[in-house]
Design a protein around this ligand. Structure first.
Ligand SMILES: [Zn+2]
Length: 236
């Protein structure tokens, strides 16, 4: 009898606690899903970053957005915060001494257009204005992973660095360098194409849309986390 009572008391207590924990968990989950906090902001950033590089072949939503590149920003938004990971990558990329991809352009002429709005997205790239036909050079040695034509980016090149850590994306090209092909190894400074306005760039303002992405473990050329090229190519 006594043991029965002792048995029932903790059992009831356990049931009650389980019930309470269930409520608490539900409330917590609900709060996380609905609270308009910084978590939401980073989630938006993450979902943007994880989508297709350039003009994704498998992400319809992203397809016409990135690579979108009128050189004039539609609106200026505050610079995106640089995460510790991204900061480390910027340091690592600076150490590689990347070549400026557009012939005749000086580092001091670059403008930070990474965080500019492009429709409903952020630009996540660097626009470098230059006359049509200006040489575009590989920023680092690497492999021409993909030559891709898309509605937004026009004629584009995806280059992987030798360690396949990063992808360099060159868009709106007028044309490729003669003979350029997928799988080709290029050296730093090799001419790979020419500045143009293919895709959704304004014909009046030819420019190179240049982006850098950290590739995921699967090394898919259309996927990566964007890194601000302006911070890599300019000195503080
Ligand atoms: Zn652009």
């Amino acid at each position: 009898m006594t043991s029965d009572v002792r048995h029932h008391t903790p059992l009831a207590f356990t049931v009650a606690m389980s019930f309470l924990m269930g409520i608490v968990t539900t409330i917590a989950v609900y709060s996380l899903r609905n609270a308009p906090t910084a978590a939401d902001v980073s989630e938006v950033h993450a979902s943007t970053a994880a989508t297709a590089i350039g003009d994704g072949v498998d992400t319809a939503g992203a397809k016409d957005q990135r690579g979108a590149a009128t050189p004039e920003p539609a609106a200026t938004v505050p610079p995106a915060p640089v995460s510790p990971t991204e900061a480390g990558e910027i340091v690592a990329l600076r150490a590689r001494d990347l070549k400026l991809p557009v012939e005749g352009v000086d580092r001091k002429d670059l403008r930070n257009t990474f965080a500019d709005a492009r429709g409903s997205r952020t630009h996540e790239a660097l626009d470098i204005l230059a006359p049509r036909g200006t040489k575009v050079r590989a920023v680092e040695e690497g492999r021409v992973q993909k030559l891709f034509t898309s509605k937004a980016g026009g004629l584009t090149i995806y280059e992987f660095d030798p360690t396949q850590t990063f992808a360099y994306y060159y868009a709106h090209l007028d044309r490729y360098e003669d003979g350029l092909r997928e799988g080709q190894m290029v050296k730093r400074g090799d001419v790979i194409g020419y500045v143009g306005s293919t895709g959704n760039a304004s014909p009046d303002a030819p420019h190179l849309h240049f982006a850098i992405f950290r590739l995921g473990p699967e090394k898919q050329w259309w996927k990566g986390e964007p890194i601000n090229p302006f911070l890599v190519l300019t000195e503080d």
